[in-house]
Design a protein around this ligand. Structure first.
Ligand code: ATP
Ligand code: MG
Length: 715
């Protein structure tokens, strides 16, 4: 259904895709992973026809409809989420248009009379019926109900769906766009980091929904558990290549690890073999330069592709400068009142943030976490109450909408210069380098940066002007797994104060020293890390279960979907037995008759007799020579036969070895054979090859010994 044939896509000096081919069929669910800036979004845009390949072709089978959720926020408008969610997809739009047209024609035809008009009316009525069947097929009649369900599932409160989009944040507009794709599903769903804007409940809802969807799904995500639940295959985009793995994210990590181990082992074996072959050539070159074996081995050595073990790309590594000492109370909110559109979020709210605290703000979307962060930062003004800032305290807000922090119109280095010109260009470049903007990358306009690259730049800018209190709203969004780890490590050793909103459990678990849960029932302040918070939650839930009526608000706070939705994840297919592969390869390479002597096999030649002898002596010499040659031939016959056979064996094993190495190095091979299987085959073949070469060497030496004994030099 989707096919890439030898596609190359280059931007600037980088090949995002380098001669890649891939086929994706109707019902496959593919998770696309890879480091930030690898080209995942570009890959999706190629599928959608929003970007073009420099070489090769991208094809979609005719008539397939595609729905796309982009990575970055869409422009808002004065339409409502329901309007957006009700917007029909390609197929449905055509049907609706058809219905409109036929209705108009029926209306016109109704004014005409006579047999011709009657026939036309019949035809139009038929067409109308067919179109309505199609409408039913697309669930057209339940469209509104479906759109409303999707909006509710994705977290819109009743009534929100008819507020203008312009009153929503980018994340909520993305949700409305997602609801649209789910209400009128296309044949192919193309989703670029759909969980970025969702809270846990909404992620679980989406997972369950996708599990029921029976079309093709292409989804870019850095969310491990989401991928594990939703996809059946992973395609990794890395340094221009696509590598395909069976199973979910965990399966991918395991197979990838395995593949690297096998590849490293195979590369080691290859190096050792090459060294041996070189030694072998050295040894026999002088004596048996005419021997086809030596020649062919020299050629084989030259032809052989070296196995390359891919090294991990550069990863982010940085630390935040420790802040100057500040007052013990860094921020204080006192008697805060805040409501949006008449809906109260905070009433008489108090909060004290002490130096060195790492506070996680958790809870469902829309409950007011970002508002709280804004109140702390001073970027959102309360309706009443005070915000007090401790002596020497400076705050910096890092938001999920980094556009607010970056100047999209200028380049990476210009952005850095605007914040940190004082440290000088060289230091700026070094800092940007640590955030993986190297060489010409710093001249890129910010508008072309990938999602993760924009986040990295925003982090770099924070470092240029370090605050004493970090206020971070979903800082891990858009970052790849390695970059999240780098951020976690930097914040772990940072002694300043941190207040953050995050749905990334790993992030919260590692960093939080205090957890504040904001939900519709109110605010709950827990002084302790995530583990103790969870423990307290559990304990309260148990107590609530014992006295069910007693604690309505706790019950609300802990309400969670009971279990994960049943998953669509396919178990990795059973590994085909290694022997199958080996046998197939062997039978393909083995000659049909093992014992026919090759045409080119030459018996060792004997030395010419000295030239100035008498005729009879020469004749005698010739006779002796012939006898010796016969004798030599007789005595070495078995050896030579063995040698020829061994040589064929060596060649066969070399071919087999090369095929296995090609498969190990070629990602596409992993769709059918596991790396472990290939690695085992490789090790076995390698062992067989070594035995064969040793045997071959032995035979050569024996023949040589006999030849020398008989006074003939095989030179
Ligand atoms: N017009 C352009 N000029 C120069 N570089 C570009 C252009 N468009 C994209 N790029 C670069 O191509 C690379 C791939 O971008 P892409 O958005 O496909 O990455 P991604 O894999 O989706 O990353 P992320 O995980 O951060 O979203 C990035 O390094 C980006 O800066
Ligand atoms: Mg992207």
């Amino acid at each position: 259904m989707i096919s890439f044939a030898r596609v190359t896509r280059q931007v600037g000096a980088r090949r995002l895709l380098d001669d890649v081919s891939i086929e994706i069929s109707d019902d496959e669910r593919i998770g696309i992973v890879g480091p930030n800036g690898a080209g995942k979004t570009t890959l999706l845009r190629l599928v959608l026809g929003l970007d073009r390949a420099d070489e090769g072709t991208v094809n979609l089978s005719r008539g397939t409809s595609v729905g796309y959720l982009p990575q970055e926020a869409l422009p808002s408008s004065d339409r409502t989420p329901l309007d957006l969610a009700l917007e029909p997809g390609e197929h449905l739009a055509a049907v609706l248009l058809g219905i409109e047209r036929v209705e108009a024609e029926i209306e016109r035809a109704s004014h005409r009379h006579g047999p011709e008009a009657e026939e036309l009316q019949h035809r139009l009525a038929d067409e109308f019926g067919t179109l309505h069947d199609q409408l039913r097929h697309h669930g057209g009649h339940q469209r509104e109900a479906r759109a409303r369900r999707a909006l509710a599932g994705l977290g819109f409160e009743p009534g929100d769906e008819i507020r203008p989009l312009s009153t929503f944040s980018g994340g909520w507009i993305m949700r409305a766009a997602l609801a649209r794709l789910l209400a009128d599903p296309p044949d192919i769903l193309v989703l670029d980091e759909p969980t970025n804007h969702l809270d846990l409940d909404a992620v679980l809802w989406l997972q369950a929904h996708l599990a029921r969807f029976d079309g093709c799904v292409l989804v870019v995500s850095h969310d491990r558990s989401f991928l594990d639940t939703v996809v059946t295959q992973i395609v990794e985009v890395d340094r221009g290549k696509l590598v395909r793995y069976r199973g979910g994210y965990s399966d991918y990590r395991r197979q990838r690890e395995e593949r690297l181990i096998q590849l490293t082992a195979a590369a080691g074996a290859q190096t050792r073999r090459r060294r041996e072959t070189e030694k072998f050539i050295e040894r026999f070159r002088a004596k048996a330069s005419k021997a086809s074996q030596v020649q062919s081995r020299i050629k084989a050595l030259g032809r052989e592709d070296r196995i390359e073990v891919e090294r991990a790309g550069p990863t982010l590594g940085f630390r935040f400068p420790q802040p100057k000492r500040t007052a013990r109370v860094t921020l204080e909110l006192d008697g805060i009142e805040k409501s949006w559109d008449g809906r109260p979020l905070y009433e008489n709210f108090h909060l004290v943030v002490e130096r060195g605290e790492k506070i996680a703000l958790v809870g469902p979307n829309g409950a007011g976490k970002s508002t709280l962060l804004g109140l702390l930062a001073g970027t959102i003004l309360p309706d009443a109450g005070d915000r007090r800032v401790g002596m020497g305290v400076r705050t910096a807000l890092y938001t999920q909408h980094r556009a607010e922090m970056l100047d999209l119109g200028s380049t990476v280095i210009q952005n850095a210069n605007q914040v940190g010109a004082s440290i000088g260009e060289t230091a700026l470049r070094t800092l940007l380098g640590a955030f993986l903007f190297r060489g010409d990358d710093v001249q890129k306009p910010v508008s072309v940066l990938s999602g993760g690259e924009k986040s990295r730049l925003a982090l770099a800018l924070l470092l240029l002007d370090p605050p004493s209190v970090f206020l971070m709203d979903e800082p891990t969004i858009h970052l790849d797994v390695d970059s999240v780890d780098a951020l976690v490590n930097a914040l772990k050793i940072y002694e300043g104060t941190l207040c953050f909103v995050s749905h990334d459990l790993h992030f919260v678990r590692t960093l939080a020293s205090r957890v504040i849960r904001v939900d519709h029932a109110g605010v709950e302040d827990h002084r302790g890390d995530w583990e103790s918070y969870e423990w307290a939650q559990r304990k309260r839930a148990e107590e609530a279960a014992e006295t069910p009526a007693a604690r309505p608000s706790t019950a609300k706070a802990t309400a969670r979907p009971a279990a994960r939705p049943s998953t669509a994840k396919a178990a990795p297919q059973p590994i085909t037995r290694f022997l199958t592969t080996k046998a197939t390869l062997a039978s393909a390479a083995r000659p049909s008759t093992a014992r026919t002597a090759p045409a080119g096999a030459t018996p060792p030649t004997v030395k010419q007799p000295a030239p100035d002898l008498s005729k009879s002596a020469r004749r005698e010499g010739k006779r002796l020579e012939a006898e010796r040659r016969n004798e030599l031939s007789r005595r070495t016959r078995d050896l030579r036969r063995d040698l020829e056979q061994t040589e064929r064996e060596v060649k066969r094993l070399e071919t087999e070895q090369a095929a296995l190495e090609a498969q190990l190095a070629d990602p596409a091979a992993h769709a059918s054979t596991s790396p472990a299987e290939l690695g085992t085959s490789h090790a076995w073949t390698n062992r067989d090859l070594k035995t064969a070469v040793d045997r071959w060497t032995e035979l050569m030496e024996s023949i040589e010994k006999i030849t020398t004994e008989m006074g003939a030099d095989p030179g």
